[in-house]
Structures are given as structure tokens and as C-alpha cells.
Design a protein around this ligand. Structure first.
Ligand code: GCW
Length: 681
């Protein structure tokens, strides 16, 4: 059967190396569980699947005669009860999600053990072990331990109750609300396995542009089924709460967060939710943003809105996630500044169980943005990161763009606050901040398409998101390496070439779409393809607002002579970036309006440099195509052809972007294109 990509990175390629195979085969001949848990049943199933696929062998699970076993699985406590073992006490320090795996000597024999602080972390240890086998890095004599740096590692689905998906490019929502609670699609379990294999431990099922019906009893019963299925995989369910729900489903006249009837409504709703899902994660809220209802309607601020919901969740241990994606051009001329203006004054005013979820940049998931200036600016507030895995502004389902280099760039950015060496990763994972409740969220790219993500290669973005949420300091290169080997096999030449394609793809997209700090110049509403000419309606929805091209030059002056959004960053950044000679050129036009003949570091003019960037983006795509073509015969024809066809579309689209943007900007610059580029027509 043709490989349709359904198996994701859990497809478990057959092991060919005879020594590795016989070693592993021995291990698969005797698994021993020291305790019982529904999560151990999940592990058993994964061992069955992986044994069949990697070795053509069913694992043996024994319950007696320890001496005949090979692999031990259990929690630290379970192991020490049976064996009286006191080693591995350090595992305890790894926290509830931490695990240890390695050899244990007992009564003259060595066993391979995977030990966690609770059953879920044994599962994490098993997935880590399976990953090491698939990537050829398993050494049974070595010890390895792991634990996540972030507490909530979460997918945000923008899925509507009618199964359409906002900004979804992989079919419809996998949540079949119509058939729930009676019918359980087996796909739900494969979804849970995939997430658990990465350590993703929370999912918000519904769109942040929320429908209040999800909070009705009927829908709670449906959500309960999913929560029950996900529990053994360590995944908690969250739902989006529409702020005006008291009016829409509660028959009340207001949604004022300080009104006692409203407080009571949310308390009862929340209690009811917990009666169905005792470990319900909490609510995710988009309020007073893009027309969504919120506390402002009643003259209340974000903290008053968020805290009211947080108080309803607190007795149950629930978390309230409140988004900082708020903007207009009314509060300030520059939309960029809006979130800081509204949220910074509220620092320290949110309850302990509130997390403010902040997009990686201040505008909106652009191909490249400087990090959001809220990171580092609210030391007394839990700040979570929101990435977008779905490629709204990065080619949607037709383009291959590996997003991990972008996330890495953001996470490793220095904020210089709260300490001089702080980074975004350090703020978010709490190592540079005091925050206890930490969160990395990603807007899901999953849908009903057989291969889950529309573009097969977009599976790498789901994978990379999960890995980075677990450890924000992992590099995009090592993650690519893992994913490629797990998805396409370990042939070094093949793996090397696919990795090269992945790692070049994001810079290619930036170049042919929005190089040198250009942003928000895409097609209106659908956000597909170029639209630097977009005008009309709200100023901050036009393109001209962002690129500001005129006969003199191009770019948005956000320095002190302009909007001074730069003033929202730490002084170190302000100093360096306010100088067009010093700012990294990748952010040049984000912060500066410069003449077309401005001299770039290459010695070329700005106009020439823009042309070269657009053109090099197209050339990179052609290089990706060539590299892919060289893999013909080394990848199964189904997957080979899928990617080949999409790369051909991507080439056309890259040319479209280049030609459209350059021809449009030329109407202002009135200069010829650099001779060395393919001339746009
Ligand atoms: O990126 C924009 C999208 C909207 C989205 C919004 C948000 C859910 O175009 O579709 O709405 O951001 O993040 O709230």
C-alpha cells in the first residue's frame, strides 16, 4: 500500500542492522511492568506496534519470574517497593514528568529500565527510547534522563463546532461533534499517541473565536469522551470560553465580570464542567480582540475579566489562559504598541492561575517578526508563548516551510529583561523569571486529511513544535534530524538532503514574501499570496500602513522619530536597533523608513537589495526542487510525488510573490531592477 503519511513519525521503520536488530529483539522478548495503570496499556500497545514494524516480532510481556525479563517499566516508587532499590533517587528531582532510562544491575544480571515519577512519565521515557532507536542513537549501556522545561505544552485548535477550521489547510476538524459522544473515531487515539510522543500535555479543542454552545451540557458530554480518551496519554482538555456566554446560553442581560449573577453563572458552569471532566484543564479566552466580546464592554479591564474566570477555576485547580492578541489603531497610531499599552499596566494584577498567552511577535505570525516586547516587560505575570503551527502567512498547504528555525530565532532572542542575560526562552520557561506556571502553545495544523497536515512536510512543524515546547532550547537542526530519520529512514544521504531542504525553507519563504523586515503585505482576508497594494477599510488592515512605500523610500519608522514602538523594548535593544547601520538587516524595514538609495552593508542600495532578496527566495525554492528530484527512487513514489508536485506549486507562488511585490514597489522606487536578477514581468 502506498505510504500516505498517516503514521506520522511513529511509523517505526524496519531495523536492518543485524546486531542492532538482535539486541533489540532480545529486549522485546521480556517486558516487565512493576505496576498497573491505563497508561501502561497505552505503552503495551505502542510496544506491540513498534515491535511488529521494527522487528516483525510481538513483544513478550511477563508478569512473573523477574530473572527472565529484559526491560523494566514502572514508576520510581513501584520499582523500589518490589526491589527495595534506592538508586535513581535523582529521578525524583526531575519533577512529575521526569523519567530516567538505563541499565540496572540486580542479583547478578543487568536489566534495561525505564522509570518515571508517574505512569505518564514512564510513557515519555518509552517514547524517548523509541525515538533513540529510530534515530540510531540508542545505547543500552548509557543512562539518560529527561524532563520538560515547560509545564503546559499545548495545542490550540481553531476548530469550529461545524467542523470548519479557521486558518486550517488540512481538511476539516478531526473532532466529529455531530457523532460524539456515541461514536469514537479511532483517529482520536492516534492523535493522542502522536502528541504524547512529543510530550504535548494539553489541547484546547475549539476556536478562540468561540461559540458559546461548547459550554452547554450537551457539548460537555461530548468533550468528556475526548478527555477520557486522552487521560492515559497525559493530555488535558481545555475549551475556549466566549466572554458573552452568560447572555448567549445563560439568558442573562449582561456579561459584566463584576456582576454577581455573572460570577455565579461562570462558577456554576465551571463546576458543571468539572463534574464531567474532573481534571479539566481550564479555559482559553480571546477577548476584546477582532470583534470578540470582552470586559471592555462593561468598562472593565483584562485583569478584571480574566480574574473572574480564574476564580471560578481555582477551586478545581484549573488554569485560565487569556490572550494578549489585542490591537487597533485607535489606542495608538501603531498597532504594534497596543498589547504593551494595555497589558503592562496590569502586571502583578492577574491571579496566580492566569497565564497571558502572547504571540511570538507584536503583529501577527508574520514570516519574520522581532520577538514580542511583552516578553520581559511583565515580571509579575505568567506569560505563555503562542506560536502558529498552521501556515496562515507561510504558504498555507502548498508550501514547504519548516518553522522551527523561526521559533528558535524567537526563543533565543535576548530580551535583556528581567536580567541582562535573559532570553525569550528563559522568560517563558521560568528560568529567567519567577513564573511557576509556564506555557508554550501552538495553533494546530491538524485536520482530516489522511496525512493530518495537508502538506506531508508540515508534519515536521507539529513535531518540532512539540519538541520545542518540551525544551525551548533544542535546536531546529537537531529536531529536523530526528524528524527526517523517523519519517523517511536513516539513510545518511537521504536524511542529509531532506534536512537541508527543511533548514533552508524558512529563509527562502521570508525572502520571496517579506524580506528585510517587510510585513503584512499579503492578500486581504484569506492571507494567501501577495497583496502589498491592499487598501480600504481599517487602516491597520491595509498593506500600505505597514510598508509605507512612497517616492522617497520604504519601511515603518518605529524609532523615536516615528511611532517609537522600539521604546517598548529594553534599552539595549533600543540603542542598537534605532540605528539603521546597527540593526540586524533582517529587521531593517520593520523599524526604519529609509530612502531607496540607502546604502546597505553589501554596498548595494536598499532597492537593489530588496530585489536580490526576492529573487534569491525563488532560487532557493528551485534548489529545494532540485535536491528533492535527486531523491527519486530513494523515497516511496507516493510521498515522493506528493512533495514534488507541491514544490512545483511553491516555485510558481514564489515567482508570483517576487514579481508582484517588486513590480508594485517599482511604481514608487522608479528604478530599474538589478541586472543580476530574473526580471519580473
Ligand atoms: O492571525 C489572525 C487570524 C485570525 C485569528 C486571529 C487570532 C482566530 O487571521 O483568523 O483568529 O489572528 O489569533 O485571534
Amino acid at each position: 500500500r502506498a505510504n500516505d503519511g498517516y503514521g506520522l513519525w511513529l511509523d517505526y521503520q524496519a531495523i536492518e542492522n543485524p546486531t542492532a536488530k538482535s539486541d533489540l529483539s532480545r529486549l522485546y522478548s521480556g517486558f516487565y511492568f512493576f505496576g498497573q495503570s491505563p497508561t501502561y496499556d497505552v505503552i503495551r500497545k505502542e510496544l506491540e506496534l513498534s515491535g511488529e514494524k521494527m522487528l516483525g516480532q510481538s513483544p513478550v510481556f511477563t508478569s512473573e519470574r523477574l530473572a527472565q525479563t529484559q526491560v523494566w517499566l514502572g514508576t520510581r516508587e513501584e520499582l523500589s517497593q518490589v526491589l527495595g532499590l534506592q538508586q535513581q533517587t535523582s529521578i525524583k528531582e526531575l519533577g512529575e514528568d521526569g523519567y530516567w532510562r538505563g541499565p540496572i544491575g540486580f542479583q547478578g544480571k543487568t536489566y534495561y529500565a525505564i522509570v518515571g515519577n508517574r505512569p505518564i512519565s514512564v510513557l515519555y521515557g518509552v517514547f524517548d527510547w523509541l525515538r533513540s532507536i529510530q534515530t540510531d542513537s540508542f545505547d543500552q549501556t548509557a543512562e539518560k534522563s529527561g524532563s520538560p522545561k515547560v509545564k503546559l505544552r499545548m495545542l490550540n485548535h481553531w476548530d469550529n463546532l461545524d467542523r470548519t477550521v479557521e486558518r486550517g489547510y488540512a481538511g476539516f476538524s478531526i473532532w466529529d461533534w455531530h457523532k460524539l459522544p456515541g461514536y469514537v473515531d479511532p483517529r482520536y487515539l492516534d492523535y493522542a499517541r502522536a502528541n504524547a510522543s512529543l510530550g504535548i500535555n494539553a489541547v484546547s479543542l475549539t476556536n478562540v473565536n468561540a461559540n458559546a454552545r461548547i459550554l452547554t451540557t450537551d457539548f460537555m458530554k461530548k468533550a468528556k469522551v475526548l478527555a477520557d480518551l486522552f487521560r492515559p496519554y497525559g493530555i488535558k482538555v481545555f475549551l475556549t470560553a466566549r466572554f458573552s456566554a452568560p447572555i448567549e446560553i445563560g439568558g442573562l442581560k449582561t456579561a459584566d465580570p463584576l456582576d454577581s449573577a455573572i460570577i455565579d453563572f461562570w462558577k456554576k458552569k465551571t463546576d458543571e464542567m468539572y463534574s464531567f471532566i474532573p481534571d479539566f484543564g481550564g479555559f482559553l479566552v480571546k477577548a476584546n480582540s477582532e470583534g470578540q466580546p470582552g470586559p471592555h464592554e462593561y468598562g472593565r479591564n483584562h485583569a478584571e475579566g480574566a480574574n473572574m474566570l480564574a476564580d471560578a477555576l481555582a477551586p478545581h485547580g484549573g488554569v485560565l489562559i487569556w490572550r494578549a492578541f489585542v490591537y487597533s489603531h485607535e489606542l495608538d497610531e501603531d498597532r504594534h504598541k497596543h498589547a504593551n499599552l494595555e497589558f503592562e499596566p496590569l502586571d502583578g494584577k492577574f491571579r496566580d492561575n492566569v497565564i497571558i498567552q502572547v504571540k511570538n511577535g507584536a503583529i501577527d505570525f508574520m514570516p519574520r517578526e522581532p520577538f514580542h516586547p511583552l516578553f520581559g516587560a511583565m515580571p509579575k505575570t505568567n506569560l505563555g508563548m503562542e506560536f502558529q503551527i498552521t501556515q496562515e502567512y507561510l504558504g498555507q498547504a502548498t508550501q514547504l516551510v519548516y518553522l522551527a528555525p523561526m521559533w528558535e530565532e524567537v526563543l533565543q532572542s535576548k530580551t535583556y529583561r528581567p536580567t541582562p542575560s535573559s532570553t525569550v526562552a528563559g522568560v517563558v520557561d521560568g528560568s529567567d523569571s519567577d513564573q511557576k506556571l509556564t506555557l508554550v502553545a501552538g495553533v494546530s495544523n491538524i485536520g482530516t486529511d489522511r496525512n493530518w497536515t495537508g502538506h506531508l512536510m508540515a508534519q515536521s512543524n507539529w513535531y518540532a513544535f512539540g519538541r520545542m515546547a518540551w525544551n525551548p532550547d533544542l535546536s531546529s537542526g537537531e529536531i529536523a534530524d530526528e524528524w527526517v530519520k523517523m519519517t523517511f529512514g536513516k539513510d545518511p544521504e537521504l536524511a542529509g538532503k531532506i534536512k537541508e531542504i527543511l533548514l533552508d525553507s524558512r529563509e527562502a519563504a521570508v525572502n520571496y514574501m517579506m524580506p528585510l523586515g517587510l510585513h503584512h503585505i499579503m492578500g486581504r482576508d484569506h492571507h494567501y499570496g501577495p497583496g502589498p497594494w491592499v487598501t480600504g477599510g481599517r487602516a491597520d488592515w491595509t498593506a500600505l500602513y505597514y510598508h509605507q512605500a512612497d517616492s522617497l523610500g520604504i519601511g515603518f519608522d518605529r524609532t523615536a522619530s516615528g511611532s517609537n514602538a522600539l521604546g517598548q523594548y529594553a534599552p539595549e535593544i533600543q540603542n542598537a536597533w534605532s540605528d539603521p547601520q546597527e540593526i540586524p538587516e533582517k529587521f531593517l524595514l520593520w523599524f526604519h523608513h529609509l530612502p531607496w538609495d540607502f546604502e546597505m552593508r553589501s554596498g548595494r542600495t536598499l532597492w537593489e537589495e530588496i530585489g536580490l532578496h526576492y529573487d534569491s527566495g525563488v532560487k532557493s525554492v528551485r534548489q529545494m526542487q532540485e535536491t528533492w528530484a535527486s531523491l527519486e527512487g530513494k523515497i516511496d513514489p507516493a510521498r515522493f510525488d506528493h512533495v514534488r508536485q507541491l514544490l512545483a506549486i511553491q516555485e510558481e507562488e514564489a515567482e508570483w510573490w517576487r514579481n508582484a511585490c517588486l513590480l508594485y514597489f517599482q511604481t514608487f522606487a522608479k528604478r530599474p531592477f538589478p541586472a543580476e536578477i530574473e526580471q519580473p514581468t
